[in-house]
Design a protein around this ligand. Structure first.
Ligand code: SF4
Ligand code: SF4
Length: 215
C-alpha cells in the first residue's frame, strides 16, 4: 500500500487551506482509487477477463437505487457542486437536482457522464465489472456476481480511517475501534433518497464567475 506522498491525489490547495475536511476526503479517495487499481490488476489476471467499465458506460448509475453515501462525502458533494461545477453542466445538474424525487436514479448523471466524477462516492468508485458492460437495467451483482470486483478491505479500512477525524475521532486506538465497529458504515445515507433540492438552492447562492458566496 502506498504512503500519502506516493499517492497520486487530487489537490485544491486554496480550498483545502479553507476547508480542512477536504484534504481528508481527497486523501481517502486516492487510497480507494489505489485499492481499486490494485484489485483490478489482481482480478483481471485471476478471471482472465478485462475490466468492462469505461468512459460513457453508465447503465449502473441509472440501475442502482441504493448507493450509500457518508456524511463527509455529502459535504464534499455539496462543495464540489456549488463551487466547482461550471456551465453547461451546472444548469443541467441544477435542473435534475430540483426535480429529483426520493428513490429516482442518481441525479448527478448528465449525458451519460458523472457530473461529480472527481468527488463521486466510495461506492461508485468501487463498483466495477469485468467481461462485458452491464445491460440496461442489469444489476450484475445479481446476474453475474463473479464479474463484480471485490474491493480490497485493507484499502477501504485505511480510507475510512483517514476520514475519521471529520467525525471527531483522532487517536489511533479509537480509530481502530471505530473501523472494527464499522462506525462510518452506520452513518450511511442512500444517495437516491436524499433531498437534493436543497443543494440546487445553494447553487444559486454562489457566484461561480467570481468564485464567491453571495450570502
Ligand atoms: S458497472 Fe457496468 S454500466 Fe457501470 S461502468 Fe461498469 S460496465 Fe458500465
Ligand atoms: S454519483 Fe456519479 S458515478 Fe455515482 S451513480 Fe451518480 S452519476 Fe454514477
Amino acid at each position: 500500500m502506498k504512503n500519502e506522498k506516493e499517492l497520486m491525489r487530487l489537490c485544491f490547495p486554496g480550498d483545502e487551506a479553507r476547508l480542512p475536511w477536504l484534504s481528508l476526503l481527497l486523501h481517502a479517495y486516492a487510497v480507494i482509487d489505489n485499492g481499486v487499481a490494485e484489485a483490478v490488476k489482481v482480478e483481471e489476471k485471476k478471471k482472465k477477463a478485462r475490466l468492462a467499465c469505461a468512459k460513457g458506460c453508465s447503465a449502473c448509475c441509472s440501475t442502482h437505487k441504493d448507493i450509500p453515501v457518508y456524511p463527509l462525502e455529502l459535504v464534499g458533494l455539496y462543495w464540489f457542486v456549488v463551487e466547482k461545477t461550471l456551465p453547461p453542466v451546472r444548469e443541467a445538474l441544477k435542473g435534475q437536482l430540483l426535480k429529483h424525487e426520493k428513490g429516482a436514479p442518481c441525479p448527478f448523471l448528465i449525458n451519460n457522464a458523472c457530473s461529480v466524477h472527481l468527488l463521486r462516492p466510495v461506492a461508485c468508485r468501487q463498483f466495477n465489472v469485468f467481461s462485458k458492460p452491464c445491460a440496461e437495467n442489469e444489476d450484475p451483482f445479481y446476474t453475474r456476481r463473479k464479474d463484480v470486483l471485490i474491493p480490497i478491505e485493507n484499502y477501504t479500512n485505511q480510507a475510512f480511517s483517514i476520514m475519521l477525524p471529520f467525525y471527531g475521532i483522532t487517536d489511533e486506538i479509537a480509530k481502530a475501534r471505530a473501523i472494527k465497529n464499522r462506525l462510518i458504515h452506520t452513518q450511511a445515507r442512500i444517495l437516491q433518497e436524499c433531498n437534493w433540492k436543497e443543494l440546487a438552492i445553494r447553487m444559486d447562492n454562489f457566484d461561480f464567475t467570481r468564485n464567491q458566496h453571495l450570502r
